[in-house]
Design a protein around this ligand. Structure first.
Ligand code: IMP
Ligand code: MG
Length: 193
C-alpha cells in the first residue's frame, strides 16, 4: 500500500511566515558581507545560491523571492546511495557543482538536515574552491538523526524524528507538491534504518 498522509506538522502559513523571516535575515547578513568587502549589494556575481535538487526546489523558489539581494543560482543534484525510501545511506554528487565559486558569497539551500551527509559533502566540496563566505540554510532540522557533524547556519523548524513529506520533500518521488509539511502514516511505511 502506498503510504498516506497522517497529519500536518507545519502549515502553509507557518512555512510562509518563517521563509519570509529567514529571507530577510540571510539577505541582511549577505549585505553586511558585501559592505565589508567594499562591494555594493548591486555588484554582479557576488552572491551565488546553491539549492540541492530535488528536495530544495520549492523552498529555494520561495526563499529567493524574500531575499532582496542581487544573486545568481547554481543548482546541484545530490543523490543518496540506494537504500530504503525513508533512510539515508550516504550522499554522492549526481551533477557537477558550479566551478566559479572562488571569492563568492555562497549560500547552500536544502529542504532538510537529517543525517548531515548531504550538506557535509556539498559544503566540503564548495569550501575547496575558496568562497568569500559559505553558509547553509535548511527549512527543517532533525537533530536526532545526525550521523556526521554538521549544523546549518539558518534553520526554519526543528522537527522530531519522523519521516515527512511535502513542500519539496518526497516519498519515493511523490508528495513533493503537497503544500504543507506532513507526516506519513508510520503503519504504512517500511521498516526504516
Ligand atoms: P541527510 O544527507 O541524511 O542529511 O539527508 C538529506 C536528504 O535526505 C534531504 O535532502 C532529503 O532529500 C532526504 N530526507 C531526509 N529526511 C527526509 C524526510 O523526512 N522526508 C523526505 N526526505 C528526507
Ligand atoms: Mg535532498
Amino acid at each position: 500500500m502506498f503510504p498516506e498522509i497522517a497529519r500536518t506538522l507545519v502549515t502553509k502559513e507557518q512555512i510562509a511566515g518563517r521563509v519570509r523571516e529567514m529571507g530577510q535575515a540571510v539577505a541582511d547578513d549577505l549585505r553586511a558581507d558585501l559592505a565589508r568587502d567594499g562591494h555594493s549589494e548591486l555588484d554582479e556575481g557576488r552572491v551565488v545560491l546553491v539549492p540541492i535538487m530535488t528536495g530544495a526546489m520549492i523552498f529555494a523558489a520561495d526563499l529567493i523571492r524574500e531575499m532582496p539581494v542581487k544573486l545568481s543560482i547554481g543548482l546541484v543534484t545530490v543523490s543518496s546511495y540506494p537504500g530504503q525510501s525513508v533512510s539515508s545511506k550516504g550522499a554522492k554528487l549526481a551533477s557537477a557543482l558550479p566551478d566559479d565559486l572562488a571569492g563568492k558569497h555562497v549560500l547552500v539551500i536544502d529542504d532538510i538536515l537529517d543525517s548531515g551527509q548531504t550538506l557535509e559533502l556539498v559544503t566540503r566540496v564548495i569550501a575547496e574552491q575558496g568562497p568569500a563566505s559559505l553558509r547553509s540554510i535548511v527549512l527543517l532540522n532533525k537533530t536526532a538523526r545526525r550521523s556526521v557533524e554538521f549544523e546549518a547556519d539558518y534553520v526554519g523548524f526543528e522537527i522530531p524524528d519522523e519521516f515527512v513529506v511535502g513542500y519539496g520533500l518526497d516519498y519515493d518521488g511523490y508528495y513533493r507538491n503537497h503544500p504543507e509539511i506532513a507526516v506519513l502514516d508510520p503503519a504504512s511505511l517500511g521498516v526504516g534504518g
